[in-house]
Design a protein around this ligand. Sequence first.
Ligand SMILES: Nc1ncnc2c1ncn2[C@@H]1O[C@H](COP(=O)(O)OP(=O)(O)OP(=O)(O)O)[C@@H](O)[C@H]1O
Length: 253
Amino acid sequence: MSDPAILTEGLTKRYGSTTAVDELTLTVASDEIFGFLGPNGAGKSTTIGMLMDYIRPTTGSISVLAQDPQRDVVDVHSRVGILPDRYRLYDALTARQHLELVIDTKRVNNSPASLLDRVGLDDVDGQSVGTFSQGMEQRLALAMALVGGPDLLVLDEPFTGLDPHGVRTVREIVHEENDRGAAVFFSSHVLGQVEFVCDRIGILHEGRLVAEGTIDSLRAETNVGSDATVEEIFVSVTDGPVLTDESSPETTQ
Ligand SMILES: Nc1ncnc2c1ncn2[C@@H]1O[C@H](COP(=O)(O)OP(=O)(O)OP(=O)(O)O)[C@@H](O)[C@H]1O
């Protein structure tokens, strides 16, 4: 069996008295599409930041494509396509120029035109990004993540700002990339789409992984009914505080 795309063990990030990510142990296989869900402030972006070494963990370990993102940062960044939650584009540059920058940085030989075509920006190839709508920026950021045919795509809220055509495009790209052999790890609040796209999901709540599995297995585990939506599963596991060993009624009796 090949190495997992992502492996974290006991991964924890504290900011002062706030524990953003709490003992996260997670495995994402090299051939799967994994949806990483959770309410606002649950710790999703912090986790993604740690996977890419934008944020240093307080404790715990991380392996991305069998490499250490702190020690092997250049290798990890060359093999991962990242759509971060906050990205900076250059108003004066065109979409093509943005892609050329990433192509040069990754030292690959991709066609900016075909990447723009994939994300539906072929007709604004030479337009400066300062004139782009939010959805157009999001499409460009996705195209930048696709440069180099990454082994792992990490997408933080890829559906943000997209119209229904854009949402469909993202869905198709996620499946195409997975068919090509890439693992896909993405966070999203658009739970209806998650259902169409993911092999497995993990739900983070107050920094803790409170559910993980296929949608069918989570329906069974959470007793929400065999035809429950992802939204119903989500609400059932994130409604109320996380019970820890210390706070669980069983251990306090
Ligand atoms: N730099 C920071 N300093 C202090 N606290 C932070 C910092 N970054 C994040 N946090 C806190 O960590 C927690 C997790 O934040 P994070 O952005 O990872 O959540 P999220 O699940 O991505 O949320 P959302 O769905 O709203 O994007 C929150 O309580 C947040 O306030």
